[in-house]
Design a protein around this ligand. Structure first.
Ligand SMILES: [Zn+2]
Ligand SMILES: [Zn+2]
Length: 109
């Protein structure tokens, strides 16, 4: 079974989100990093299937985290954007820890 998120914690000082997974994996995602990976159509446009990393114009804070069903979370950012649905498998794909084979840099573009 694919791992699911068991805990999402905001680390305000570090400006990061700490995600804990059902398989015991723990990883920390910068707010800006998550914002840059926003998978919504508004951010990504309609070019191709791959989600691209688009660095935010200015630093953001994750202000609210909401569960979406049992397969994703949505993140409301301080720039007013909150339409991105981050599926668990997508969050694993972009996991910044570098221990899942393909790195985020290789996914980009
Ligand atoms: Zn978006
Ligand atoms: Zn990881």
């Amino acid at each position: 079974m694919a791992p699911v998120l068991t805990e999402v914690r905001r680390l305000s000082e570090e400006r990061r989100l700490r995600l804990t997974w059902s398989d015991g994996h723990v990883a920390e995602y910068d707010y800006d990093y998550l914002r840059g990976w926003c998978p919504c159509a508004g951010c990504q446009g309609h070019s191709g299937f791959k989600v691209r990393y688009l660095p935010p114009a200015r630093p953001v804070t994750a202000e609210s985290i909401k569960p979406v069903g049992n397969y994703a979370i949505s993140i409301g950012f301080s720039d007013g954007h909150g339409t991105g649905i981050y599926r668990f498998e997508f969050l694993r794909e972009i996991c910044p820890c570098g221990r899942h084979g393909e790195t985020p840099a290789e996914l980009d573009g």
